[in-house]
Design a protein around this ligand. Sequence first.
Ligand SMILES: [Mg+2]
Length: 305
Amino acid sequence: MRRLKVVAVTHNTAPIPVRGTQERKGLFRLLEEKAKLVRRETVRLSRIAGAGHYTGTFSCAELFSALYHSQLRFRPDEPGWKERDRFVLSKGHAAIGLYPVLADLGFFPAELLDNYTRLHSPLGDHPDMRKVPGIDFSSGSLGHGLSVSLGMALAARVTGKEYFAYCLLGDGELAEGQVWSAAMAAGHFKASNLVAIVDRNQLSIDGSTETVMGVEPLTDKFAAFRWDVRRIDGHDYDQILDTFSDIKHRSDERPFCVIADTVKGRGVQRMELEKDWHVGNLMGADYDEVMAEIDAGLQPARSLA
Ligand SMILES: [Mg+2]
């Protein structure tokens, strides 16, 4: 008997709906639920592990949900599909929030999350491309992601493929010289299919970036390295989606940089812009309170004093 070949489904092939439409509102609701999933699961998995990276994951929850539910082209049933958009989580310590997104999409069984970081679990504190379907690069040693992403972008040119390479960077890792080597090379080689997204959450593990190692003016810096730069609110879906839509329709030969202004710890007020919640472990009543806060949705954010 002939077996029917199962055709893997490609995600995010439809255009992003424009502002003001019912389709856009529907997408908003979906993205809000998926960002809650990121935050809830980060809290739950941190308890399983005994500690977790809360704040640097919460700052990119909206970016994760928008990337995976409106932008990146991929096939969960065929993680190695050669035409897929590549995604490099250069700030690899936010993997705790990426795993639930991948499990939810069907890259691997959700039950694996229940053993997060335990002995023999494929899901470590930093992501392993050899063990986790959907992970394109083993990241977390900070400063490497943009170089790897540039290599992926240039490989598409050499092999005649049309995928994009996306790289999500932390703002703390911008202190690494290799980031700027990659930025310079990307501009020089006109890697127009390379998209760097900077999660500009204002803090690194040691405190304010502008105190530890100033990174501003970021727009001017990337522009000087011959990048096309857009600065947006990284928690505002309208701005994220408009930018994502433009990425797919631009004809510019420069690489594209999205500087996403975010709030470290966004969504849990006691953690917002508090450097000491970079890693933590909520238990008991604190755990329940934070889960309830996440379920209630985003409230007005705190600002850096
Ligand atoms: Mg940061």
